[in-house]
Design a binder for this molecule. Structure first.
Ligand SMILES: NC(=O)c1ccc[n+]([C@@H]2O[C@H](COP(=O)([O-])OP(=O)(O)OC[C@H]3O[C@@H](n4cnc5c(N)ncnc54)[C@H](OP(=O)(O)O)[C@@H]3O)[C@@H](O)[C@H]2O)c1
Length: 324
């Protein structure tokens, strides 16, 4: 792969896609192509095929997806399964038909069963029932992994295709979504703590008991892992995976309680009031931690710790609201 080869980043305006573009530019890749959602609707097969035939990229990072929190997943299951299946099928198939040899598919830790052993290893995939609230989204993500594996199994010898998948843990960072209904826990809490601070509120209410434990990775670390996995040589990648379990977890390898997260955010944001837990609200799974040793053995480790990552994220949040 040369630094001037054409690389298509799908979903470049999203949190992960924009971080991948930043990382590629930092690594001096010169020929990155992107399209906004309005320029190219990835659920539209014809548009996607025309785009690939015209542009003929060498590599594809597939970070476009319909993404949301529990509320959105629970209320719009049809949109989550349909749009994600269409995006993956269209992009992966058009990439193959137009001669793309290397593609990286971004999945999610929700592919693992609700009751998977912790920390969750790659082999836990398809070993039990999924969390019902985001099952449609998870099924689409599992289909994405299996699309990559199936194209590899059928076409790696004849067409040299090498399509890989990475499964990030919960991500946070610049470009996150702060929507009151659709956001994940970190952006939701940043917004709540910030608004409480500027309105001199005495307390911030955090949903649930604060006891469930979660793992969080700064999005620039995710982008660095993505470029790392994309560029691992094939022999090394194949030795660490197998053809029907080819995805790689990306996490930091340790988790923290929502209560601890809330305390860290209170400090980073400088909120002087109290934190109150509303235990009438659901907690979700007690623990969700991924085993990222496969990737660590391959030589990649995260660089940004939680407090530093949250500080950078809050700075970006402030810049965004000031520019609105
Ligand atoms: N955020 C996390 O915590 C997290 C954790 C694990 C895995 N991931 C994975 O990482 C990937 C990216 O997530 P993200 O957080 O970056 O999401 P995001 O911020 O919502 O970005 C997704 C991007 O995809 C674009 N997109 C959606 N539908 C499209 C379509 N039909 N045609 C063209 N573009 C479309 C969106 O554009 P519009 O906004 O214009 O629609 C947006 O730019 C996803 O596969 C997700 O599962 C994320």
């Amino acid at each position: 792969m040369s630094k001037s080869d054409k690389i298509y980043v799908a979903g470049h305006r999203g949190m992960v896609g924009s971080a991948i573009v930043r990382e590629l530019k930092n690594q001096n890749y010169e020929n990155i192509i992107t399209r906004t959602h309005s320029e190219l609707d990835l659920t539209n097969q014809q548009q996607v095929q025309e785009f690939f035939y015209q542009e003929k990229p060498s590599q594809v990072y597939l970070a476009a997806a319909k993404v949301g929190g529990i509320f959105a997943n629970d209320n719009y299951p049809a949109e989550f399964i349909y749009q994600n299946l269409m995006i993956e099928s269209n992009v992966i198939h058009a990439a193959f038909k137009s001669g793309v040899k290397k593609l990286l598919f971004l999945g999610s830790s929700c592919i693992y069963p609700k009751l998977a052993n912790q920390p969750m290893r790659e082999e836990a995939l398809l070993s039990g029932y999924l969390e019902p609230t985001n099952e449609p989204y998870a099924i689409a993500k599992i289909a994405g992994i299996k699309l990559c594996e199936s194209y590899n199994r059928q076409y790696s010898d004849s067409h040299d295709v090498d399509y890989r998948s990475v499964m990030p843990t919960n991500l946070y960072g610049p470009g996150d979504n702060y929507h009151p209904e659709n956001s994940h826990v970190i952006p939701a809490l940043i917004r709540r703590f910030h608004e409480a601070k500027i309105n001199n509120k005495e307390k911030v209410i955090v949903w649930g008991t604060g006891k469930p434990k979660r793992e969080f990775l700064f999005v620039d670390d995710m982008a660095s892992a993505s470029v790392y996995v994309m560029n691992l040589n094939k022999e090394t990648y194949d030795q660490s995976t197998n053809e029907m379990c080819s995805h790689i977890n990306v996490g930091i390898g340790k988790d923290m309680s929502i209560g601890e997260l809330a305390k860290t955010l209170k400090k980073v944001i400088g909120f002087g009031g109290e934190i109150e837990f509303d235990s009438s609200k659901p907690d979700g799974s007690p623990r969700k931690l991924m085993d990222s040793s496969r990737l660590n053995i391959l030589g990649w480790n995260p660089r940004v710790d939680l407090e530093r990552g949250l500080t950078l994220t809050y700075e970006n949040y402030l810049q965004n609201i000031m520019s609105q």
